[in-house]
Ligand binder design. Structure first.
Ligand SMILES: Nc1ncnc2c1ncn2[C@@H]1O[C@H](COP(=O)(O)OP(=O)(O)OP(=O)(O)O)[C@@H](O)[C@H]1O
Length: 247
């Protein structure tokens, strides 16, 4: 569902992502973990066709991000930290306008909004103007907007940041519920407990390089640690500065 080969992105002289090769499969919630500046956002923006690779390739649901970005955009939904909402529109109006961009009919749109209302517990958020939203309300509508067209691939970049425990719980339950045949969710976070809970497999990136890709069980077994946070530090300690990593 996601095939990444030798993907590299440089900004001027700075290499944000270096020679990353990995694949994520149909039916998975796939985690992308790493400290600040590791290259997670860069990788996700490359997959969402918001950036172009310096070298290497990536295909999303069979579509090459460079050769067919339009097709990639049709099958992905993206949530990232910097997404705002028009202050004067209600959540429902935001969702309807996005549904229109995807060519959804009025009845398809109403059905989908009702589904998302249930899954994301949108409630009164739908009929309040975005300018009056709390962080949690805003993030729920941003997520609903990203999935209004029911994309096969959902990309969430640090989607839980700033959320209180109620909104975070709704988000994590929603992410877990995206696990289905024909679907892939890529979930980037630096919160290890979130990855432990929702990710089937995860890639750890550090300083633009891939450190490992494995299941939680595999990572714990390999490092001999009792939780992901400890394993994460053990793996980062074990990586040679500027060297190559065993994946
Ligand atoms: N537009 C840009 N121009 C120059 N350098 C950039 C640009 N975007 C990112 N970088 C650098 O590339 C590296 C990777 O950044 P990226 O945002 O992908 O990391 P991240 O893992 O998402 O981190 P964070 O969790 O802090 O968002 C960082 O060193 C960052 O400073």
């Amino acid at each position: 569902m996601l095939e990444i080969q030798n993907l590299t992105k440089t900004y001027g002289k700075h290499t944000a992502l270096s020679d990353v090769t990995l694949s994520a499969h149909d039916g998975e919630v796939f985690g992308l973990l790493g400290p600040n500046g590791a290259g997670k956002t860069t990788l996700l923006r490359l997959l969402a066709t918001l950036l172009t690779p310096t070298s290497g390739t990536a295909t999303v649901a069979g579509h090459d991000v460079q050769r067919d970005p339009e097709a990639v955009r049709r099958v992905v939904g993206v949530v990232n930290g910097g997404m705002g909402l028009p202050a004067r529109l209600t959540g429902r109006e935001v969702l309807k306008s996005f549904a229109g961009l995807y060519g959804m009919s009025r009845s398809q749109t109403d059905t989908r909004i009702a589904e998302l209302d249930e899954k994301l517990e949108l409630g009164r958020t739908l009929d309040v103007r975005a300018g009056e939203y709390s962080t949690g309300m805003r993030q729920k509508v941003v997520i609903a907007r990203a999935v209004i067209h029911d994309p096969a691939v959902l990309i969430l970049d640090e989607a839980s940041s700033g959320l209180d425990i109620f909104a975070r719980r709704t988000l994590l339950d929603f992410v877990a519920a995206t696990r289905a045949p024909g679907r892939l969710t890529v979930y980037s976070t630096h919160v290890m407990s979130e990855a432990e809970e929702v990710c089937d497999r995860m890639a750890i990136v550090h300083e633009g390089k891939l450190v490992t890709v494995d299941t939680l069980g595999g990572i714990l077994a390999r490092t001999g640690e009792r939780n992901l946070e400890r394993a994460f530090f053990a793996l980062l300690r074990g990586t040679p500065a500027g060297g190559t990593y065993a994946v």
